[in-house]
Design a protein around this ligand. Structure first.
Ligand code: ADP
Ligand code: 5GP
Length: 208
């Protein structure tokens, strides 16, 4: 039975290097109905990062213009250096089509989304330990020593925000973490408040 309903908004946070990108990429490979929101940032691209795929890389002036136009669902000054923001239009259009949208954003941005969209599903990806987190960040080979130090220090403050989230997924064995993300999606889609149209039809005695 086809159930037409609005797609989920999944907010996925977790410290840098925990594996958010890796987990989400695998999840999307398996579920084409899940779309990743591409953020706008003023930071410089890392080697291999493509404009419009990993981020929309923009100048501070362009970013400011988007703020004025109310084009962001949320935006944030992250790590005291760069701006990051979630374009509003993509999220709304995809959810209306019934697709699920993932926002991979920091904890402060996540709290703003939770306020603006109370039906958002808040997921925190945590590391098995802080030592493993640091080794993944170093192993990725994308950060300077200074950046690793800043991000490791930030990680502790981010972990303290865990109780604000609906779900905690520990990314130890990748396959298991992806399976847990799938379980969250399944459970959320079964919530009665996400199926009000169907419930109204059933209780109204209509043939479906
Ligand atoms: P994030 O998006 O959270 O910053 P990434 O997805 O870039 O993190 O992952 C950081 C590094 O950790 C990458 O080199 C990735 O291959 C590795 N990684 C991710 N998940 C796991 C896992 N479950 N076990 C071991 N290494 C992992
Ligand atoms: P990175 O520079 O490693 O790509 O990302 C740095 C941090 O910015 C990460 O914690 C990432 O989740 C966060 N981030 C990426 N896009 C956004 C966004 O649109 N809004 C907010 N608030 N944070 C974001």
């Amino acid at each position: 039975m086809a159930r037409k309903r609005k797609g989920l908004l999944l907010v996925v946070s977790g410290p840098a290097g925990v594996g958010k990108g890796t987990v989400n990429a695998m999840l999307m490979q398996r579920h084409p109905e899940i779309k990743m929101s591409v953020s706008v940032t003023t930071r410089a691209p890392r080697p291999g990062e493509i404009d419009g795929v990993h981020y929309f890389f923009r100048t501070k002036e362009e970013f400011d213009r988007m703020i004025e136009e109310n084009a962001f669902l949320e935006y944030m000054h992250v790590f005291g250096m760069n701006y990051y923001g979630t374009p509003r239009s993509f999220v709304e259009a995809e959810r209306e089509k019934g697709n699920h949208v993932i926002l991979e954003i920091d904890v402060q941005g996540a709290m703003k989304v939770k306020e603006a969209c109370p039906d958002a599903v808040m997921v925190f990806i945590a590391p098995p330990s802080l030592a493993i987190l640091k080794s993944r960040l170093v192993g990725r080979g994308t950060e300077t020593q200074e950046s690793i130090d800043v991000r490791t220090a930030t990680a502790l403050n981010e972990l303290k925000m865990l109780p604000q989230y609906d779900y905690m997924v520990i990314n130890d064995v990748l396959e298991e973490a992806v399976g847990e993300m799938e379980s969250i999606l399944t459970s959320e889609l079964l919530r009665t408040e996400r199926n009000t149209t169907l419930i109204e039809k059933l209780t109204g005695g209509e043939t479906i």
